[in-house]
Design a protein around this ligand. Structure first.
Ligand code: UN1
Length: 515
C-alpha cells in the first residue's frame, strides 16, 4: 500500500491488512465474497473487504431487531445525546475521513471534507429533533374526547447508499432514523467499502462507550445479493435507497409488493436556466461548479444548460475559459478541481455518451475525450465537456438520460416558458436552477407553472444543497425526501389515538346504534 493510503487508513483505525472484515453487528466479521476497493486516481488496490455470507446477514438482522427493542425504550432526547457524541467523534475525524472519501471515491478533498461536514450538520439537526419529534392534538367532534397523533419507531430501517456520497447519505438517514428510535442496517456501495467501515467504526465506538448495542448501526458490505435480501426482508419496514432509476424501479416494486415503505433517491438530470437579466459573474462559476464539480457525479450535477439567446455567446465564452483553466489531477492535492471518475466502467459510459453526441451532429465546444497524458494513465480521468446538441427535442436520449459524468448539454431559448417546459420535459425531477434578477420570472419559476423538481433554486446552482431543507426529487427521481424539512416523519409509524375521557361512548358522525 502507498504510504499516503496507509497514513489515511491508520488515522481511521483501519488496518492495512490483506483482508478487512466488512460486516458489523456489534462484532466485526465477514466471510463472504471479497470486495475490492480501488483508488480511482492511481488504480491502486486499497483493500480487500470481506462481505456478509447469507448466515451472517441473517444474524445481523436478528441482532438489529433486538437492538431496536433496546433503543425504542430509550427516551428520544437520550438518543439525541448519543447523536451529539457521534457528531463530536465525526468532527474529530473530519480531515482523515474527508481524505478517505477523496482517496476511495475520487472527489476532491474539500468536497470529501464537505461531505463529512454534511454528516456532522445532520447530527446537529437530529440532536435538536430528538426533542421536537412532536405529534399533534386534534380537536374531536365528540364531547370528552381527544385525538392524539403519536409517532413511534418503526423497527429496523434498511439504508442502501451509492458510491458518490459514501458518507453523507448514510448520515442523513441514520441520524433521523436513530433519533426516531430505529435500528439501522447499512448496505453501502460495493466500491466504497472503506468509507463505510471508517464511519461505522466511529459510530460503533460511541455506541460501545454508552452500552448501546452496535447493531443499531449495522454494516452489511456486499453486492447485489445483500441488497436483495434487505429489500425482500419483511423485518425491514422501511428501505431507503439511493442509486439509479433502473435499480430503484426494482427496489420500489419489491418493497411495495410486501407493503413496505420506501424512500427513493434516484436519477437527477438537472437544468440551469439563464435569463437575459442574470448576473453572469455569479451564474457562470455556479454552472461551472454544478457541471464539473465532483466530476459530474452528484445526483444534483448540472447536466442541461438553457441559455437565453441574448447572453448565450458571452456566457459560453466565459464558461469555456473556466473549463480551459481547470486544474485536473490528484483529488488529494490542494488546488485540484477535477478528479477522476469513480470507476473504469464510468469512463466507458462517458465515451458512449460522447459518441452519441457526435453521431447526432452535436457541436462539442470543449472536452470530449479521455485524458491520455502519461500522468493520468492509471486513473479514470475524462475531459469535462460542453456540447451543443443539434436537436432540442426533449424526448431525445441525449436530453432525457442521466449520464453520470461531466457532460453539459446546452440549448438556446427565447422565452422563459420554453425553457421551463424543457426543464420539465425529462423523466427525472431532482434539482433545477434559474438565474435572473426579475421578480416576475422568480414567481413563475417557483409557482404552479414553474419547475417540477424537488429542489427549485434561484441564483443558486443545482447542486450543493444544505441539510436543513428536505432533499429529494419528483417523478422518476422517486419522490423521496431525506435530511431536513419533514423527512423525519417517514422514519416513524404514526398512530391516531382517540381517547375518551367522558362517561358516555358516543359514535362519530352521530351514528345511533342503540339496541
Ligand atoms: C447526491 O448526489 O446523491 O446537494 C447527493 C448536493 C449534496 C448532496 C448530493 N448536498 O449536491
Amino acid at each position: 500500500l502507498s504510504s499516503r493510503a496507509s497514513g489515511i487508513l491508520s488515522a481511521l483505525d483501519i488496518p492495512s491488512s490483506c483482508e478487512i472484515p466488512g460486516v458489523y453487528d456489534g462484532r466485526w466479521k465477514g466471510s463472504g465474497e471479497t470486495l475490492e476497493s480501488v483508488c480511482p486516481t492511481t488504480g491502486e488496490v486499497l483493500a480487500h473487504v470481506r462481505s456478509a455470507t447469507p448466515s451472517e446477514l441473517r444474524e445481523a438482522l436478528e441482532k438489529s431487531k433486538d437492538a431496536h427493542l433496546f433503543l425504542r425504550k430509550m427516551p428520544a432526547p437520550a438518543r439525541g445525546e448519543i447523536l451529539r457524541q457521534i457528531r463530536e467523534a465525526l468532527a474529530a475525524k473530519r480531515d482523515p475521513l474527508g481524505a478517505l472519501v477523496s482517496l476511495e471515491m475520487g472527489k476532491i478533498k474539500t468536497e470529501g471534507v464537505g461531505e463529512v461536514q454534511e454528516f456532522v450538520d445532520i447530527c446537529d439537526y437530529a440532536v435538536g429533533l430528538s426533542r421536537m419529534m412532536n405529534g399533534r392534538v386534534v380537536a374531536s367532534e365528540r364531547p370528552g374526547h381527544t385525538i392524539l397523533e403519536v409517532p413511534n419507531p418503526l423497527g429496523v430501517v434498511g439504508i442502501l447508499t451509492a458510491f458518490n456520497f459514501p458518507v453523507a447519505v448514510y448520515g442523513w438517514n441514520f441520524s433521523l432514523s436513530f433519533a426516531a428510535g430505529n435500528a439501522n442496517v447499512w448496505k453501502p456501495s460495493p466500491s466504497t467499502p472503506l468509507c463505510s467501515i471508517a464511519v461505522t467504526k466511529i459510530i460503533a465506538q460511541v455506541l460501545e462507550k454508552n452500552g448501546i448495542p452496535g447493531a443499531v448501526s449495522a454494516l452489511l458490505s456486499g453486492g447485489k445479493n445483500v441488497g436483495e435480501t434487505l429489500v425482500g426482508s419483511p423485518d425491514i419496514p422501511l428501505v431507503s435507497f439511493t442509486g439509479s432509476e433502473a435499480v430503484g424501479r426494482v427496489v420500489g416494486k419489491a418493497v411495495q409488493s410486501r407493503f413496505g415503505k420506501t424512500i427513493l433517491e434516484l436519477g437527477g438530470n438537472n437544468a440551469s436556466i439563464v435569463m437575459p437579466d442574470a448576473d453572469l459573474s455569479m451564474a457562470v462559476p455556479a454552472v461551472f461548479f454544478g457541471a464539473v464539480g465532483t466530476a459530474g457525479q452528484r445526483c444534483t450535477s448540472t447536466r442541461r444548460l438553457y441559455l437565453h439567446r441574448s447572453i448565450a455567446p458571452q456566457f459560453l465564452d466565459a464558461l469555456q475559459k473556466l473549463y480551459v483553466s481547470l486544474r485536473i489531477g490528484d483529488p488529494l492535492v490542494q488546488g485540484t478541481l477535477l478528479g477522476p471518475l469513480h470507476t473504469r466502467a464510468a469512463v466507458g459510459v462517458y465515451a458512449e455518451a460522447i459518441r452519441q453526441l457526435r453521431e447526432q451532429g452535436a457541436h462539442i465546444l470543449t472536452g470530449g475525450q479521455k485524458y491520455d497524458q502519461a500522468e493520468f494513465d492509471q486513473g479514470n480521468f475524462v475531459q469535462p465537456t460542453i456540447a451543443i446538441p443539434k436537436h432540442v427535442d426533449p424526448a431525445d436520449a441525449i436530453w432525457s438520460t442521466e449520464t453520470f459524468a461531466p457532460i453539459l448539454n446546452v440549448a438556446i431559448f427565447d422565452e422563459l416558458e420554453q425553457a421551463i417546459s424543457w426543464n420539465n420535459s425529462v423523466p427525472q425531477g431532482l434539482s433545477s436552477s434559474l438565474w435572473t434578477q426579475d421578480l416576475r420570472s422568480v414567481g413563475k419559476w417557483i409557482g404552479p407553472e414553474g419547475s417540477d423538481t424537488g429542489i427549485v433554486n434561484v441564483n443558486v446552482g443545482t447542486s450543493g444543497a444544505e441539510i436543513g431543507a428536505a432533499f429529494g426529487g419528483n417523478k422518476s427521481t422517486g419522490w423521496g425526501r431525506e435530511s431536513g424539512g419533514d423527512a423525519w416523519k417517514q422514519y416513524v409509524r404514526w398512530s391516531a389515538c382517540t381517547i375518551n375521557f367522558s362517561d358516555a361512548a358516543p359514535l362519530a358522525q352521530g351514528v345511533d346504534f342503540s339496541a
